[in-house]
Every structure is written in structure tokens, then in C-alpha cells.
Design a protein around this ligand. Structure first.
Ligand SMILES: *Cc1c(COP(=O)(O)O)cnc(C)c1O
Length: 398
């Protein structure tokens, strides 16, 4: 490696994002301490309104985490035991856990091998008279086609509930993530595109009744104090402190997403020659609305993913695999009755995918360093010249 060494490229680095905001964040935290409205306080109401508006929808209900947003959101949308819910096999296990906690029956379907998004033709084939809803996962920050989803939902009278935990302000076909379903779930886990300083989540919905129900469910199933009407109620609220932090961060999100997109484009350009060696970035079918929560490549034979990942680790480049085992093969859910071979694309992808570092603040030089390490790993002389070393322009000032 000719790059100034020793250099390491972390998978995610949040310090760049927090340093310029630290004073503002400390200010709003102090304000909450002074006000003392730690649970269901003013900053939460403010954040719910502004985040829902940013998604192009009306109501936001802050909850404890993204998993709760899926579970409580689905219940609020009317999911009941016996209802079948279609979801992709290749998602983070929380999607499945949310569906199960809502009491519904999960029905897995396969994904598209090039985008890793749910295969809508496979979803259509999985519809039965009991199918009540589809839970598209806007995986890696790319929306599932809203037109395709809406056409399917319309034809079969299905409810759409979006898992938008990786898709804050992602767009496609004129729609914004969270703005197409009867409900949608977001996570504010720290490393998501919009992250809190701890766990957090939100249900967004255009429907007042769904919002009302979600508010009740997160607050012991109460409709007024000590009057409990919903047996599935629990205690799961987004802390006022977390909401206050998120209020400071939200105006920066569009710029952060643009920075991720610019980094992804730089990866795309530099990785193009490696296609011949079996390294192919996941296809972006959404254009600039893809917010690249993750930048994922497929590593195909004869190149070994394990080898490539080890070489990158040795070069100081952290990578990840999202996810190494599809939900239907997880030991906890063998009782659902799916086995190996059921979802060839999801299973193949789980063996091929590799997530490269991406985060706002990552420089073009760091992207080049990652790609150069990959070039070296595939045994090519590094003929790809080091490109611009200045940071990728960030348009994050709100
Ligand atoms: C992060 C994530 C979740 C769960 O969110 P938590 O806040 O961690 O509970 C659900 N679905 C997907 C696709 C996610 O990436």
C-alpha cells in the first residue's frame, strides 16, 4: 500500500458528525434537564411533528426502538393473530421479530439478487386469502419500488407497512420512505442515517386512528391516565432527551445523505474495473434517492469473500456483512418451517455480500484507500491512480 501509513478506515465514524453539533446538543440537553419533562415531553412532540413532515406524512409516534416501531405499528394498523404478513427473508431479524410480536404469521419471500430488495413477483405468488399486509424493507437505504408496491397492494387489498429503519428520507419515483404505507417504522439506533445517542424509533402514519392507537400502545395501552383499553400495550417511548438530540440533527440529515451518495458514486466509479474480478456493487435502481445506509458489494466466485474481507482487515479497513444468515435459517425461527434452499437469491447473497465503510465525513482519499486495498487483494497491479484526496464536498449546512 502506497498510501501514507499506517491508516485505518473505520466502518462508521460518528465523531465527524457530532463534533460540530456538540455545543448545540449540550444546549438542548440542558434545556430538557431544566424543564424536567423527561418522558413524553415537548422536544418529543416537536420531533414527532418535524420528522413525520420530513417523511411527507402527518403523524409521528416516538417509541423506544425500531423493533418496537414495527411491532406496535403493525398492531396499530390492525394486525391480528392469523393474519399473514409478507416480508423478505433477507432482512435484519428485527423485521421478523416485529411481525411476530404483532401476533401475525410471517410469510417470507425471496429477494432480487442485484438489488437485495424484496422480489415483488415472489411476493405476489405468496399471497393467500389470509394475507393482510406486506412489509417491504427499504434495505441499505434504497426504497422498494413504491409504484410496484402500491399496484400490488391495490390489486390484492393489502396493507403496506414499511420497514424504513435504513431509509430516513430515502426517495424513489416521487415518494419518500415512510410516505407510502398505512404505517412505517424508523429506527434511530446511533449508526442509522439519523441516529440518537442511544436507542430510539418512530411509527409514522397518515392515519389519525393509527397514530392514536400507537400512542396508546407505547404508553401501557392507556387512552387516558389509568384507563387502559389495549391489552397489547407496553412501555416504549422515545425519551425526550433523545428527541431533543434528534431535533438538532434532523436539519443536517439531507446533507449527510447527499454526502453518502457522493461517496457511493466515488466507490461505483472506482470499483467498475473490478467487476471483471467478481466484485460488483449492489444495483441502485432508485437513482439519487438512494441514501446508502450501507454500501454493499457482491463478491462472486472464484474470488472468496472471506479472503477479501481478511485482506481488507489486514489493511486496516473495517467491513461488515448485512446479513450473514437470512431470517428463515436463524435457529430461533426453525419452527416457522423454512429450510435451506427455499430462497436461493437471499441465501446466495448472504454468502456474497460485503459492506464497505461509508459515513458522512469519509474522504475520497479513504474511499481510494479501500478500493486500492481491494485491487491489491484481487492480485492486480494497482493501475488505478490515486484520485482527488480532498474531502468529498458535503452540503450539510441546513
Ligand atoms: C435497525 C433495524 C431495525 C431495528 O431497529 P432497532 O432500533 O435496532 O430496534 C429493524 N429493521 C431494520 C431493517 C433495521 O436495519
Amino acid at each position: 500500500m502506497t498510501f501514507p501509513s499506517p491508516q485505518t478506515v473505520p466502518f462508521v465514524d460518528l465523531t465527524w458528525q457530532h463534533a460540530p453539533l456538540q455545543e448545540a446538543i449540550q444546549g438542548v440537553i440542558n434545556a430538557v434537564i431544566t424543564q424536567g419533562d423527561f418522558v413524553l415531553g415537548q422536544a418529543l412532540a416537536d420531533f414527532e411533528a418535524s420528522f413525520a413532515a420530513a417523511c411527507g406524512t402527518q403523524f409521528g409516534v416516538g417509541v423506544g426502538c425500531g423493533t418496537d416501531a414495527i411491532a406496535l405499528g403493525l398492531i396499530a394498523c390492525g394486525m391480528a393473530p392469523g393474519d399473514e404478513v409478507i416480508l423478505p427473508a433477507n432482512t435484519f431479524v428485527a423485521t421478523l421479530m416485529g411481525v411476530l410480536r404483532a401476533g401475525a404469521t410471517p410469510v417470507f419471500v425471496d429477494c432480487d439478487r442485484t438489488t437485495a430488495l424484496i422480489d415483488l413477483a415472489a411476493a405476489e405468488r405468496a399471497i393467500t386469502p389470509r394475507t393482510r399486509a406486506i412489509v417491504p424493507v427499504h434495505l441499505y437505504g434504497q426504497m422498494v419500488s413504491p409504484q410496484g408496491l402500491l399496484a400490488l397492494a391495490d390489486l390484492y387489498q393489502l396493507m403496506i407497512f414499511e420497514d424504513a429503519a435504513q431509509a430516513h428520507l430515502a426517495q424513489r419515483e416521487g415518494y419518500t420512505a415512510g410516505g407510502i404505507g398505512l404505517g412505517a417504522a424508523f429506527s434511530f439506533y446511533p449508526s442509522k442515517n439519523l441516529g440518537a445517542m442511544g436507542d430510539g424509533g418512530m411509527v409514522v402514519t397518515p392515519d389519525q386512528q393509527v397514530a392514536k392507537m400507537a400512542r396508546s400502545l407505547r404508553n401501557y395501552g392507556a387512552t387516558s391516565k389509568y384507563h387502559h383499553t389495549e391489552p397489547q400495550g407496553t412501555n416504549s417511548r422515545l425519551d425526550t432527551l433523545q428527541a431533543a438530540v434528534l431535533n438538532v440533527k434532523l436539519p443536517h440529515l439531507p446533507g449527510w445523505n447527499q454526502a453518502r451518495y457522493a461517496i457511493a458514486q466515488h466507490y461505483d466509479r472506482r470499483l467498475a474495473p473490478l467487476a471483471a474480478h467478481g466484485i460488483v456493487p449492489m444495483h441502485n435502481a432508485a437513482g439519487p434517492g438512494h441514501i446508502y445506509h450501507l454500501y454493499v458489494v457482491r463478491v462472486t466466485r472464484p474470488l472468496s469473500r472471506a479472503y477479501l474481507q481478511a485482506q481488507l482487515t489486514a489493511a486496516g479497513v473495517q467491513t461488515g456483512i448485512h446479513y450473514p444468515m437470512p431470517c428463515h435459517l436463524q435457529p430461533a425461527f426453525s419452527r416457522l418451517g423454512y429450510g435451506p434452499g427455499r430462497f436461493p437469491a437471499a441465501e446466495a447473497l448472504s454468502q456474497e455480500i460485503l459492506s464497505l465503510p461509508i459515513y458522512p465525513g469519509m474522504t475520497a482519499g479513504q474511499v481510494d484507500y479501500v478500493v486500492d486495498a481491494m485491487v491489491e487483494a484481487v492480485g492486480q497491479p494497482s493501475t488505478f491512480a490515486m484520485q482527488d484526496l480532498q474531502p468529498i464536498p458535503i452540503l450539510s449546512t441546513p
